[in-house]
Every structure is written in structure tokens, then in C-alpha cells.
Design a protein around this ligand. Structure first.
Ligand code: NDP
Ligand code: MG
Ligand code: MG
Length: 340
């Protein structure tokens, strides 16, 4: 089994005296900044003027421009949207990098796909939490944490790996478990997971189930309960004890249906398509498409996003959740924009 690191395995001294610039105060940024501060680290937040700037200031941080924060810090963690990072890095971060500083990322995209090429005299590491930023903060406050991957791309000081582990402990991830990886492995598996299984696979599965039932004349409200609301209850059982635990809890009828019908829906052909998705990630096709889409101001992203928001599943779901006061949406309540 791969070595998994926990709080007790990690010394944070190497990071303690250093100034950490958290660049960006969005989903990951607010969580890293607040968790690190709560663990006694010296944090400055670097963002452009606007919503995030105001929010970080309200939360009591020393907030500066990206340029100033990057200049004064020893460790610079890039928590801007991936597609914005190259421009901001070139214009505001690179000039502030001094020999022996560390440049850090929460996802390997820009290093692996060579959009950012750091100078040779700085450490470059990654701490990638395996969960949404808002849960990096929420679980930390609950005394838990979100697991993370760490990797080193460049080590000039000899401390890069220790810094990465210390940082992962600082954000609470070593409470849950930290694994060592490479930028390549993290980038390719993260993109594959979110596209084929977690985000893309799951939303497509839910929608296909909802459409199959409603097109056959069943009530949309019932279809929503059946294939969307109940999803969380089922996934919670898997999260807590694996597939076995979920199958223990469901009826034998459901388990028999799981065995005989599941592989009819997600079959060899689906797996073949997953392999194609993985290939496009590995050979850079996906990255190129996403970068070009952004250069063109996101015409497809915006069109698909608008269409998706109007899907009947979303409409009926909104109405039903209003009537379930126990279904809390603390993210929406805080009016924080949610990013996957
Ligand atoms: P967000 O989209 O939440 O980041 C938004 C932040 O970036 C805001 O503070 C925003 O400021 C700022 N920002 C955006 N554009 C610019 C710009 N041009 N100049 C200056 N500031 C800007 O990012 P995420 O937290 O989702 O992602 C950050 C990194 O973490 C990425 O590398 C991502 O892959 C990685 N990651 C994200 C996960 C997640 O849960 N979201 C999970 C694991 C890794 P403003 O308010 O002014 O717009
Ligand atoms: Mg990702
Ligand atoms: Mg049932």
C-alpha cells in the first residue's frame, strides 16, 4: 500500500517562519488562508480589487495586490482559476519571485501543460486537496479535513517536499491523509475523475435517469427524489463503508438489480469511452480545447451552462428543496460562487 501521511508524520517547522501569499480568495483560497491562519501560519492574501478583496479584508486578513503579496512572500500559492493563472503569473507574480522562494499550486494543470514555466531558482510544489474548497474549510472547522496530494516539480532549496507536506498539514489535510504524487499523475487523474466520474459522469447519469422516467410519463417530482435526492443517501453509505456497506443496507431486490442492470448501463462501451476521455487528457487535447475556449471568451461554456440551468431536473429540484428545510445550502446562503 502507498504510504499515507498524517499529522504525526509531518513537521511544520520548515514553513512556520515563512510568509505565505495565498493568491486568490475563492473556493480554495479562502479555505487555505483561513485554515493556515488558524494553525498559526503567517498569511497574506493577494487579490485584485473587488469582491474577494473585500471579503478577505472582512475576514481580517492583510490583503494586498497580487504583485505586492507575491513580492513580500516566501511561499506563493496560486489559487486563481486555472485558465487565469498564466496571465496573472506573467504580469504580477514572476517579478516578485526571488531565489529560494517557493511557488505552489493546488492543481498541476499549468505546470504539466507548460503554461507556466517558473524560473530555475525557485522551489515548485503542489498541495491538491481532493475536495471542493468550501469543504476544505467546513471539515477543518468540524475537526476533520479533506485528503490531499502533494508533489514536487522543482527542488532548489532541498526543502520543497517538506514544505509541501507542512502546507498540507497547515490546511488540515493531514488529518485525513496525504499521498505523494507527481504533477503529471495529479493533473491527469484529477481531470479524468471530474470529467468521467465525479462531475461529468454523475450529472449525465442523473439527467439520463430523470429523462428516462419523465419521458415514460412518470411524475418529475418522483423522478427527482428517485435519481437525484436519494443519490446522496446512497453515496454516504459508500463513503462510510464501501460498496459492501451500501449493498448491506439496501434490499436484496435492489442488490440483484444492481448486479444485473448496472453493467447494462455502464458497460464495456462506456469504459471504452472513458479510455478515450483519458487519452484526450493525456495527449493535451482537452487542455488545448479549454485554453482556446477561454481565449474565445467561452462561447460554448456559456451556451451549455445556460441550457443546463434550465433543465427540468433543476427546476423541480429547486422547488422540492425549498420544502425540505433540513436540506441546507450553506454555500448558497453565504452567496459564495461555487466552482467545481
Ligand atoms: P476560484 O474560481 O474559486 O477562484 C476565484 C478567485 O480568483 C477569486 O478570488 C477571484 O477574485 C480570483 N481571480 C479570478 N481571476 C482573477 C484575475 N484575473 N486576477 C486576480 N484574481 C482573479 O478558483 P478555485 O478555488 O476553484 O481554484 C483555484 C485552484 O485550485 C485551481 O488551480 C483549481 O484547479 C484548484 N482546485 C480547486 C478545487 C475546488 O474545489 N474549486 C479543488 C481542488 C483544486 P474576484 O472575486 O475578484 O473575481
Ligand atoms: Mg480539478
Ligand atoms: Mg428504491
Amino acid at each position: 500500500m502507498a504510504k499515507v501521511y498524517y499529522d504525526k508524520d509531518i513537521q511544520e517547522a520548515v514553513l512556520k517562519g515563512k510568509k505565505i501569499a495565498v493568491i486568490g480568495y475563492g473556493s480554495q483560497g479562502h479555505a487555505h488562508a483561513q485554515n493556515l491562519r488558524d494553525n498559526g501560519f503567517d498569511v497574506v492574501v493577494g487579490v485584485r480589487p473587488g469582491r474577494s478583496f473585500e471579503r478577505a479584508a472582512q475576514d481580517g486578513f492583510s490583503v494586498k495586490s497580487v504583485k505586492e503579496a507575491a513580492k513580500e512572500a516566501d511561499v506563493i500559492m496560486m489559487l486563481l482559476p486555472d485558465e487565469q493563472q498564466t496571465k496573472v503569473y506573467k504580469e504580477e507574480v514572476e517579478v516578485g519571485l526571488e531565489a529560494g522562494n517557493a511557488l505552489a499550486f493546488a492543481h498541476g494543470f499549468n505546470i504539466h501543460f507548460t503554461q507556466i514555466i517558473p524560473p530555475e531558482n525557485v522551489d515548485v510544489f503542489m498541495v491538491a486537496p481532493k475536495g471542493p474548497g468550501h469543504l476544505v474549510r467546513r471539515t477543518f472547522e468540524e475537526g476533520a479535513g479533506v485528503p490531499a496530494l502533494v508533489a514536487v516539480h522543482q527542488d532548489v532549496t532541498g526543502d520543497a517536499k517538506d514544505l509541501a507536506f507542512a502546507y498540507s498539514k497547515g490546511i488540515g489535510s493531514a488529518r485525513a491523509g496525504v499521498l505523494e504524487t507527481t504533477f503529471k499523475e495529479e493533473t491527469e487523474t484529477d481531470l479524468f475523475g471530474e470529467q468521467a466520474v465525479l462531475c461529468g459522469g454523475l450529472t449525465s447519469l442523473i439527467k439520463a435517469g430523470f429523462e428516462t422516467l419523465t419521458e415514460a410519463g412518470y411524475q418529475p417530482e418522483l423522478a427527482y427524489f428517485e435519481v437525484c435526492h436519494e443519490m446522496k443517501l446512497i453515496v454516504d453509505l459508500i463513503y462510510e463503508g464501501g460498496l459492501k456497506n451500501m449493498r448491506y443496507s439496501i434490499s436484496d431486490t435492489a442488490q440483484w438489480g444492481d448486479f444485473v442492470s448496472g453493467p447494462r448501463v455502464v458497460n464495456e462501451e462506456t469504459k471504452q469511452r472513458m479510455k478515450e476521455v483519458l487519452k484526450d487528457i493525456q495527449n493535451g487535447t482537452f487542455a488545448k480545447g479549454w485554453l482556446l475556449e477561454n481565449q474565445a471568451n467561452r462561447p460554448m461554456f456559456n451556451a451549455i451552462n445556460a441550457r443546463e440551468q434550465n433543465h427540468p431536473l433543476e427546476k423541480v429540484g429547486e422547488e422540492l428543496r425549498e420544502l425540505m428545510p433540513f436540506v441546507k445550502n450553506p454555500i448558497k446562503q453565504k452567496e459564495v460562487v461555487v466552482n467545481a
